[in-house]
Design a protein around this ligand. Structure first.
Ligand SMILES: [Zn+2]
Length: 263
């Protein structure tokens, strides 16, 4: 991650959210390729004749030019590259895209670029409308999000005794972000979740392999679901809050509460 600022910069970005400001302005939050998360003012966009306003819809992929104003950045130009109309025409896709946006916004630091995260965010958004099942795509995205934001869990050694983990069922420590071996786990008091041998294998495979290889794997549902539950508990811990979008996502995807309670 490289932090930098310039007087005017142009970058690809996804509009994450916006809120009204003053009489005619909006404060826009976007996640950009070159500068990570940015908040900037769009002047006059709530006026009838504003050329910018349509380009700044939530979940638009845009090219944006931003200049540094007095204290806060100001959007000087914006052009839509993709308005993701297929996502916006479907409630399930909207809720999935909102979840991805909330994740990206939560782990990102303002004005700190994270191109790998930007690239997987955009590629995952682009494939949403054509998916038949979502679980593997979401799990892969969550694992890469953790990796690209510096929270990749250690899956090779026990965090307590440092021994290499034998192939077996173990525990996942939510607090410490990694595995605790089965024997240490029995006396380990802090928050831990049991994790099956094959779920650990799946977790490692997604961590080490390309998106294409990971998504072509057919893994048993029981392991995909367990991985989903553990990842979501760990992500909640990392970002320090419940995700607003997951309650709705549970409802829309009919997961039986995969995000918020154990199946
Ligand atoms: Zn151990």
């Amino acid at each position: 991650m490289v932090s930098h600022r310039s007087t005017i910069f142009e970058t690809k970005a996804v509009v994450i959210r916006h809120m009204p400001l003053g009489e005619a302005d909006r404060l826009v939050t976007f996640f950009s390729e070159k500068l990570g998360k940015v908040r900037a003012i769009a002047r006059g966009v709530r006026r009838y004749k504003s050329k910018m306003s349509g380009h700044l819809d939530t979940l638009n992929l845009v090219t944006i030019s931003v200049g540094k104003g007095k204290g806060i950045d100001v959007i000087t130009d914006v052009e839509t590259l993709d308005d993701y109309s297929k996502i916006k025409g479907d409630l399930k896709n909207i809720s999935l895209a909102t979840y991805l946006s909330e994740l990206v916004e939560s782990v990102s630091i303002e004005d700190s670029s994270n191109e790998e995260l930007f690239n997987i965010f955009v590629s995952t958004l682009s494939k949403l409308p054509d998916l038949d099942t979502y679980d593997e795509v979401l799990r892969y995205f969550e694992i890469k999000l953790l990796e690209y934001s510096g929270f990749a869990p250690d899956l090779n050694n026990c965090l307590e005794c440092f021994e290499i983990l034998p192939p077996s069922d173990h525990y996942f420590s939510i607090d410490r972000g990694g595995l605790i071996c089965f024997s240490c786990g029995r006396s380990f008091e802090n928050s831990k979740l049991p994790i099956k041998k094959n779920t650990i294998k799946l977790f490692r495979y997604f961590q080490k392999n390309s998106e294409e290889d990971s998504l072509s794997l057919t893994a048993p549902k029981i392991n995909v679901n367990e991985l989903g539950y553990i990842l979501n508990q760990y992500i909640k811990h990392v970002i320090g809050k419940d995700m607003k979008s997951t309650k709705f996502l549970d409802l829309i995807l009919e997961t039986g509460g995969a995000f918020n309670k154990r199946n």
